[in-house]
Design a protein around this ligand. Structure first.
Ligand code: FE
Ligand code: FE
Ligand code: ZN
Length: 306
């Protein structure tokens, strides 16, 4: 399989990177992304050296290159707002440690949401991000920080390629800064994915296509420009299956890992909602280049067996 396709997977205390890699393989993936703990908090475990070595061997055996595996920083840290100086400093310290965890795991790409300016003017927020990252990024680090393009919910920064470029330009060692393009986010931010060539042309002009280190493949529940950020399953949203395929299979994006972050799907049974990961079946549709009209029932019957 030529295509680099994977999804967000879990990272658990007892199995760490090995468990994440095994989960990715169970979905038929050749790349994946994980958080080093819960996405919504900053409690983090020690990285286990033995598990890491086992994981790297397992990945080798299953043809997953470690350079195509992505770490995502927790989304609650906010570098853009420093009104509470303690939490801003905490975010900086946390990111430094997160880079150390990435290094311990032999991971080279860390995705980061630029942040939200909240009650500060946007330009001040952008400068705060630059100042924070200049404290975090060192000359000889082996990890690249990938700034993610955002939907523009609330006061989010990074909703245009120009804003991302402005941040990159302010960073001293910006050879260690790249970009993660999220299809749901750019659609919600107002980029029309009916013309992917035009978007990539703009990206190349403004940022440079060589800076693109990861693509999040998500459909969107909302209209282009809605600034909402609600992900939908592939082909079940306003971007649509064909438009997503044209990004996934784009000639210029061959080397870039593509990561699904689509919602789990399920059914309600005895008032309890059971949810299952859709990735195995979304990847199957992507590889077949054809939508599956039994998507939901196939997932449910597959996971119900165990
Ligand atoms: Fe993200
Ligand atoms: Fe994303
Ligand atoms: Zn999102």
């Amino acid at each position: 399989m030529n295509l680099l396709i994977g999804s967000h997977v879990s990272f658990k205390k007892d199995t760490q990177l090995l468990g994440s890699a095994m989960e990715a393989i169970s979905y038929g993936e050749n790349c994946f992304m994980f958080y080093t703990g819960a996405p919504q908090n900053t409690t983090r475990m020690m990285i286990d050296k033995t598990l890491t070595e086992e994981a790297l061997q397992y990945m080798k055996d299953h043809h997953i290159e470690k350079g195509n595996v992505i770490v995502h920083a927790p989304y609650i840290i906010n570098l853009a707002n420093n009104q509470n100086i303690d939490s801003w400093n905490f975010a900086i310290q946390f990111l430094k440690q997160e880079i150390e965890r990435c290094e311990a795991l032999h991971m080279s790409k860390l995705v980061l949401h630029p942040g939200s300016s909240v009650k500060l003017p946007k330009e001040v927020g952008i400068q705060n991000i630059i100042d924070a990252l200049n404290q975090v990024i060192t000359k000889n680090q082996t990890v690249s920080i990938l700034l993610e393009t955002m939907a523009g919910k609330g006061t989010e920064i990074g909703t245009t390629f120009e804003e991302i470029k402005q941040i990159i330009d302010g960073i001293h060692y910006n050879e260690h800064v790249m970009v993660c393009l999220d299809t749901c986010h750019i659609h919600d931010a107002g980029y029309d994915l009916n013309d992917i060539d035009e978007i990539l042309e703009q990206f190349d002009q403004i940022i440079g296509i060589d800076k693109l280190g990861c693509i999040h493949i998500n459909d969107s529940k909302n209209d282009c420009g809605a600034h909402k950020d609600r992900h939908a399953n592939i082909g079940y949203g306003k971007i649509g299956f064909e438009n997503l395929l044209s990004i996934i299979y784009h000639e210029k994006l061959k080397e870039v890992p593509k990561i699904l972050e689509t919602p789990y799907v399920g059914e309600t049974m005895e008032d309890k909602k059971r949810l299952y990961p859709p990735y195995r079946f979304e990847i199957e549709m992507i590889l077949n280049k054809k939508e599956n009209e039994h998507f939901l029932s196939d997932i449910i019957s597959y996971y119900k067996k165990d």
